[in-house]
Design a protein around this ligand. Structure first.
Ligand code: A3P
Ligand code: MG
Length: 420
């Protein structure tokens, strides 16, 4: 019970501490961040009270000291095979093989005849992570001995990609997002809901766009070997169902996080540091020929690259720069810890502290709003560029995303040390 009480209120307590103001700048900002807004009434959602709180995404409100972000610790991993089947192991791990600095990789090769594309109209929600949790529960709640032992010892469970979107929100001008949140046994589960705009874009991609999405995966194939002692096989099939995912635990301010993210490959050197320090993120980008292109790369692309890798503690990004025909003309390594220095000379550029403080405040906002502990209740948080974050509440709706098998498994095994 104690744990229940303190979890339910911690976000709100934090919010009132913003109102008191921890520092000079914070005093004024705190009132502005949580705004009284009027929610639009929808046909389906249960309406919020006529006035309730929204969250501002204005950058200047988040320019304070960098929040505590504990070094992420890998607590497990899983693999998805060519048919998207789950395995509680690292069978899909790949190994980094350093390419030439000017490799001339042809990224178009195999697009028409050696490509199996994942069906991205299938929404897997949090299912793979939930599967991992069910199989690995003993790793997560070892500290609890009270009646609340049925819960996990984390405040939030989500995908790394959802957190990446939160980190970049104060700088995003094009794409909004919708995040469904359910509180279950005092853990908040966050699962993305595809926006209408994103669905339209997915269903209307040009052939050129479809092909360019393949290029990133093809680059991975040129660089990754399937085992420690093999070489990359550019003649093989690119199958984007296959994935190796790390599961990490960390803390952002007072939010205990458990999230998973796909990892492209790891260092081959067995004496290299343990994961996630041995992991390598692979990226492609258009080659940079003008100062304007360099500036755009720093301002927009490096923000997304940084956010994605910083979250799970992946230290290195290996980037392939390609021409318009899809040939990789150069390869460069970016050290994640140095990216913020690289961008410092850009005018009006993004700041890591704004990203992390916004994410932290959003999670506090979620803790405050999503108070009913019920697996079929969804708090839907929505954001569009130049607007505040708002939310609606949905009971037993098509937004509910915790599967019955998960709820049942977590309920059945609450006081036993049941291992599925
Ligand atoms: P690049 O980002 O190197 O072009 P990730 O780098 O996150 O592991 O993703 C691997 C590849 O998936 C990307 O490689 C890109 O080809 C494709 N991809 C991922 N997210 C995408 C998105 N939102 N839009 C288009 N392509 C995407
Ligand atoms: Mg990648």
């Amino acid at each position: 019970m104690d744990q229940h009480r303190s979890h339910g209120s911690s976000g709100c307590n934090q919010r009132s501490s913003y109102k008191r103001g921890g520092d000079d700048g914070g005093r004024n900002r705190s009132d502005k961040r949580f705004r009284t807004i009027h929610h639009q009434s929808g046909s389906d959602p249960v309406q919020n009270p006529p006035t309730s709180q929204g969250l501002s995404t204005r950058r200047e409100l988040y320019e304070r000291d960098f929040p505590v972000y504990k070094q992420p610790v890998e607590v497990g991993c899983f693999s998805l095979d060519s048919g998207r089947r789950f395995f509680n192991d690292s069978r899909q791990m790949r190994y980094y093989v350093e390419p030439d600095r000017n490799p001339n990789f042809d990224l178009r090769d195999g697009y028409t005849d050696r490509f199996t594309k994942r069906d991205d109209s299938v929404k897997e929600k949090l299912d793979h992570i939930l599967r991992w949790i069910v199989v690995n529960r003993s790793k997560l709640n070892s500290r609890s001995t009270t009646t609340s032992s049925c819960g996990l010892d984390v405040d939030f469970v989500t995908w790394r990609g959802h957190l990446t979107k939160l980190l970049t929100t104060p700088y995003e001008t094009r794409e909004g997002w919708s995040l469904a949140v359910t509180r279950f046994r005092d853990t908040l589960y966050i699962s993305e809901v595809e926006t209408e705009a994103a669905r339209r874009e997915r269903e209307n991609r040009t052939e050129r766009h479809e092909e360019m999405m393949y290029w990133g995966y093809k680059f991975e194939q040129y660089i990754c070997a399937d085992s420690l002692h093999s070489s990359p096989d550019p003649g093989g099939v690119v199958n984007t169902n296959e994935a190796f995912c790390t599961v990490v635990q960390t803390r952002l301010s007072d939010h205990r996080l458990l999230f998973s993210g796909e990892v492209d490959c790891r260092d081959k050197d067995s004496s290299a540091s343990a994961p996630p320090a041995s992991y390598v993120e692979l990226k492609t980008s258009a080659e940079i020929c003008t100062p304007k292109q360099r500036s755009n790369f720093h301002r927009f692309k490096l923000l997304k690259w940084w956010a994605q890798s910083f979250l799970p503690g992946v230290p290195r990004i290996v980037a392939g720069f390609r021409d318009h025909e899809g040939t990789v003309v150069s390869v460069e390594t970016f050290h994640v810890s140095k990216i913020s220095h690289l961008i410092k000379n850009e005018y009006n550029c993004w700041k890591p502290t704004v990203c992390m403080n916004f994410c932290s405040d959003f999670l506090s906002f979620v803790k405050c709003v999503a108070v009913e502990d019920n697996p079929s209740v969804v708090y839907l948080f929505c954001w569009e560029p130049r607007r505040d974050v708002t939310y609606t509440i949905h009971r037993d709706s098509h937004y509910s995303f915790l599967p019955h098998w998960f709820v049942q498994e977590m309920t059945n095994s609450q006081d036993s040390h049941h291992q599925p």
